[in-house]
Design a protein around this ligand. Sequence first.
Ligand code: ADP
Ligand code: MG
Length: 343
Amino acid sequence: MENRTEIGSLGEFGLIEHLTKNFETHQVSTVVSVGDDAAVIDHFGKQTVVTTDLLIEGVHFDLMYTPLKHLGYKSVVVNLSDVYAMNAIPTQITMSIGISNRFSVEALDEFYEGVYAACEKYQVDLIGGDTSASQKGFIISVTAIGEVTPGKFVKRSTAQKGDLICLTGTVGGAFLGLTLLEREKKIYLENPQVQPDLENESYIVGKLLKPEARKDIIEFFEKNDIVPTSMMDVSDGVSSEVLHLCRQSSLGCRIYEEKLPMAEEARAAAFKFGLDPTTCALSGGEDYELIFTMKQEDYDKITLQEEIAVIGYMTDLEEGKKILTKGGNTFDITAQGWNAFQK
Ligand code: ADP
Ligand code: MG
């Protein structure tokens, strides 16, 4: 980088002003934004949802292969995904950062460019946050706030026996992107002359580094008068999320291997790495798709929606949590969702 501005040269208030001055307000509910002791939000008779996530360098992301702009974008999107997973519309975020002097103002500018891009794309307002020094490593905490028509929020615990289990988009891609980048990192550390081989892999790398939240699906529900009976987003992996829906709704389930939606690019990458595509689809995390259940009567409303796949249905608790393989065998679903503690 050409210029390096030390954070110290701006001071804390100067830095906050510098990072936030370009953000404009999109939501009428934003009454007071950055610059006071607290923000003020007026939701005009709607119900409010709030969710927070913490991202820590070395645990949740690796700056060796994560561009700061992507990281800024993703740290917003993963929170918005939690709001959509409640069938709500995100309206505001706060962004808190812990930074060491390893970072320059220019580096933070890149990060905030990503934050800005996500705020524009999803029409949410950055209304505050906190800025602190950190001894080592980059720490990011985002809170997202959203609104929902009273009573229309969707929990994890309200699925009914016989409901269809649906999944948006495709799964497994982000995990394969992570596998690829970790492999290239290892090669690079052993042999820095070797250039990373990321050609033709932009799909899986993109799924990991620049995920999108399924705003389109929540809008589709609204338009087509669908209220899922339960819902959550896929952050840890399909099998682990299916088990959450079952446990919290006190039900069992039956899902079908052949119905799991996976992109061709992800399937090809799995074969290349000698991994079983189904295992990647079930256990890979970070796809930020939505998994939801809905009444069978609503099936006609989704048949033309290519972004939604029916992968199974809910059963009685006593019937267990099962997956039927392409070969006709039935297995118990186990929670091998990807998580930071398993590394
Ligand atoms: P306080 O002393 O009350 O914590 P701050 O000086 O930390 O206030 O923050 C001043 C204003 O800037 C507040 O509106 C706060 O929400 C906002 N803010 C602080 N850090 C950030 C950040 N990293 N991104 C966005 N807004 C921030
Ligand atoms: Mg503060």
